[in-house]
Ligand binder design. Structure first.
Ligand code: 5GP
Ligand code: MN
Length: 342
């Protein structure tokens, strides 16, 4: 693993020492890595004698609520005034696990206007230019792994306790699909070995995340695979879509469709999968691929999105039906790429 440039580490160190009102923020629909990395950094700042505020733009799945420090998280959607004041008052803002302010959906303007020094800690390609300190590298499996490296580079691994270790492990485990993808760098396993030394219960963390679903979610998964999956063998592609009505039928809760898109990718021969979820004013899309097919480029070019090569997302403001039509038609243009991806 490359060292984090000394200049960034020194600037970060100065900021941590000087700041009085640090604020940590995740992207919209925070996942295991967003929450794990942000809460790990939150606990670290406390160890450094700070009193940080931790904010998410909206609610996140129940299966992340066991994370140490969960009760300290302020959700913007439910506490708008408090969060806007905190952003205005902050003297240091740490943006974790995202590369562009529009990923906060609704807080972009306030974060842009904030007078605080801003820091990006992230592992997505193309970090935005909104921050004073950018610590970003796609080599990391997860932002949580990067947070470990940041703490290590600040010579503070002695501060990493079991709580911090559990948060970091959660981010690494979820962003690698339990060490399936994004996990070919030896440093990932070095970090994991250090976390296990701290006596985290890694099996329990797995159960908390992956064996903690509602009955409705499991039935929705069955329904989607049986009734809603379209397979296009000629394009090595499969998709799933969920309408608003279906979400009502299955008492849809945040995070319920997490992982569905990966089931489609586990069909023999599949290289590219997508899930389309109809929301109030848009269709939210997740893309996954195996091998060379760059889903982030596809998301950026056609669906206002981005992300990693093999895992990205985007959205469409057209109807679900038109969005699906557009996607199906686009597949023709990518036939060669999809057939040769691996
Ligand atoms: P998911 O499909 O799990 O929501 O997201 C997969 C990856 O794509 C994550 O790394 C996430 O940050 C990124 N991503 C998801 N939606 C968007 C989007 O609308 N815009 C961008 N730029 N990235 C996204
Ligand atoms: Mn991540």
């Amino acid at each position: 693993m490359n060292n984090i440039p000394k200049i960034e580490i020194n600037e970060l160190n100065d900021l941590i020492v000087q700041c009085q009102k640090p604020l940590i923020i995740t992207h919209y629909n925070p996942d295991g890595d967003a929450m794990g990395s942000s809460l790990a950094f939150y606990h670290y700042l406390i160890k450094k004698g700070k009193d940080p505020i931790i904010v998410t733009p909206n609610d996140y799945p129940d299966f992340l609520h066991w994370l140490p420090g969960n009760d300290k998280v302020i959700v913007y959607k439910r506490n708008c005034g408090t969060v806007l004041n905190a952003i205005k008052d902050a003297d240091a803002i740490f943006a974790l696990d995202f590369n562009a302010l529009d990923r906060t959906e609704g807080l972009e303007k306030y974060l842009e206007e904030a007078s605080a020094k801003k820091v990006i800690m992230d592992h997505h390609p193309e970090p935005g230019n909104f921050a004073d300190i950018v610590i970003s590298d796609i080599q990391y499996s997860s932002t949580a792994e990067l947070v470990y490296h940041v703490i290590e580079s600040l010579n503070d691994t002695g501060f990493i306790d079991k709580d911090i270790a559990e948060c970091i492990y959660t981010g690494i485990m979820t962003d690698t699909g339990s060490f399936n993808y994004n996990s070919s760098n030896p440093y990932t396993y070095f970090v994991v070995s250090k976390l296990i030394d701290l006596k985290i219960n890694k099996d329990k963390i797995y159960w908390n995340i992956y064996d903690n679903y509602s009955v409705d979610r499991m039935r929705l998964l069955g329904y989607c695979l049986y009734k809603k999956m379209e397979v296009f063998p000629e394009y090595n592609t499969a998709i799933i879509s969920i309408t608003k009505e279906e979400q009502r039928d299955f008492n849809f809760a945040p995070g319920d469709s997490e992982g569905f898109v990966n089931y489609a990718l586990s069909i023999k021969g599949m290289r590219f999968t997508a899930i389309f979820i109809e929301k109030e004013k848009q269709v939210k899309i997740s893309f996954r691929s195996k091998g060379d097919f760059a889903t982030n480029k596809f998301a950026e070019d056609h669906f206002n999105g981005g992300g990693h090569k093999n895992a990205s997302g985007g959205h469409s403001t057209e109807s679900l039906e038109l969005t699906l039509k557009k996607f199906r038609e686009l597949l023709h243009n990518y036939k060669k790429e999809l057939n040769n991806a691996l």
